[in-house]
Design a protein around this ligand. Structure first.
Ligand code: LLP
Length: 418
């Protein structure tokens, strides 16, 4: 796999090509995201291969990056999709993901979204509350087709991650906690033929560095699966969710296939060897293989402080402002060197700050914000009257596709017309 690298002279590369050349070839300005599609394909293939002959599928969490080029690459490598909206469902289907490999999560699915999911016969609508169950059953009757569903279990497992991305503790809005499962089973039974309960699922949170908490939450799902089977209910699969972390330049993390192998070992241990396994990785399939390229606009020194102002801001990459996340920022034309500069964006918020980075005695013209392939573009906004960034997709060592920025003029026109 590749993603960001450096050539023998220290110049930044992506997918083995000089980023400066890719920029020229794509003909885009900055800020712009660049993605290595080949690496995304390879990461997906590795994860699919980790299943060996075991039944199951990789449901790529499309929210990490919804670009058609990426979802298509994942689908062609054998991946499916975990979607959380009608919009994401349409992208997954349009990118060639078969309904048999699509699951839909979300605590507030709207009627039109449920109707589409039911209409397309996706593998599972993941039910996130007892109250949601009769509502989905009613939509199934309205659509005239049984809805295939799974119950998303809140495992009440705390993880060592940022509070905003921990989802599996019992105060989270996600999933059904153990004490409410009997009520949920009852609701499913009452729905009769409108619902076909096929599986149990969970998602404990994001940025897991070891399989420990993943397996802990998986065991809760397995216990519920055994209980449900004992009551006579048939089940076809369990879905242990996503959340595999990546190394943002801090500490190394266990690679995603290690999570899959551990999960596959767990099933026979739990007496559930015949169940298929679904997983929902988002970040790990795309984050390391994307960079955000920005231009240096302005420097400022004041006393001992040294600022580097770039043309990418929190509206382009929100993670540092929202989660205090650190993305390595490096010069494009040469390797990092001291001194460090406080890198900030143009947005009028003090949170628009990317931290200290070694950019050298003379500021470079352009920098790369690394590991930005996931939750970068998908969380971007037009705050402060800024256009959404461009996206460049690299495959086979060349620019395969460019999605241009809509441009500031388009923004101005829309706002004047509002
Ligand atoms: N499945 C469900 C039900 C989820 O809620 C999520 C992520 C995933 C799978 C994929 O998790 P992943 O493998 O990407 O960790 N914006 C945050 C991450 C939010 C994740 C929300 N749910 C960030 O930038 O760190």
């Amino acid at each position: 796999m590749s993603g960001f690298g450096r050539d023998g002279s220290g110049r930044a590369t992506l997918g083995g090509r000089l980023l400066s050349e890719l920029r020229a070839e794509a003909g885009v300005g900055t800020p712009a995201y660049f993605y290595d599609l080949d690496a995304i394909t390879q990461a997906t293939r590795e994860l699919v291969a980790a299943f060996g002959a075991a039944p199951g599928f990789v449901a790529y969490a499309v929210k990490a990056n919804t670009a058609g080029s990426i979802v298509r690459a994942v689908a062609q490598a054998g991946g499916g999709a975990d979607v959380v909206s009608g919009g994401e469902l349409a992208v997954a289907l349009g990118a060639g993901v078969g309904p048999e490999r699509i699951v839909m999560s979300g605590v507030a699915k709207q009627d039109w979204e449920l109707d589409r999911a039911i209409g397309h016969g996706i593998r599972a609508i993941q039910l996130e509350s007892v109250e949601e169950i009769p509502r989905v059953a009613a939509r199934a009757l309205a659509v005239g087709k049984a809805a295939r569903v799974s119950l998303r279990i809140n495992p009440d497992v705390a993880i060592d991650s940022h509070a905003h991305i921990a989802t599996g503790h019992d105060e989270a809005k996600f999933g059904i906690v153990a004490r409410d499962l009997p009520a949920a089973f009852g609701e499913v039974a009452r729905a009769g033929a409108a619902l076909r309960l096929d599986g149990l699922s969970t998602h404990v949170g994001s940025m897991l560095t070891t399989p420990g908490p993943y397996l802990e939450s998986a065991r809760v799902v397995c216990a519920a699966a055994r209980e449900l089977r004992a009551s006579g209910q048939e089940l076809a699969f369990v879905d242990f969710g996503g959340g595999f972390g990546i190394d943002y330049g801090g500490a190394p993390v266990e690679p995603p296939p290690a999570f899959v192998r551990a999960a596959l070992r767990l099933l026979p241990e739990q007496g559930l060897a015949d169940l298929a396994l679904a997983i929902e990785p988002g970040r790990s399939l795309v984050a390391p293989f994307g960079v955000l390229v920005a231009s240096v606009v302005q420097s400022k020194t004041s006393g001992s402080r040294r600022w580097c102002m770039i043309d990418a801001g929190m509206n382009d990459l929100l993670r540092p402002a929202l989660y205090g996340a650190r993305h390595r920022i490096e010069p494009i034309e040469h390797a990092p060197s001291s001194p460090e500069w406080q890198v900030v964006g143009p947005v009028c918020e003090s949170a628009d700050d990317f931290g200290l980075h070694a950019l050298g005695p003379d500021l470079p013209q352009a920098v790369a914000l690394r590991d930005a392939g996931a939750y970068g573009f998908t969380m971007a906004s037009e705050y402060n009257g800024r256009a959404l960034p461009a996206e460049v997709f690299v495959a086979g060592g060349r620019v395969a596709h460019v999605s241009r920025s809509p441009g500031v003029e388009a923004w101005v026109e829309r706002r004047l017309g509002a």
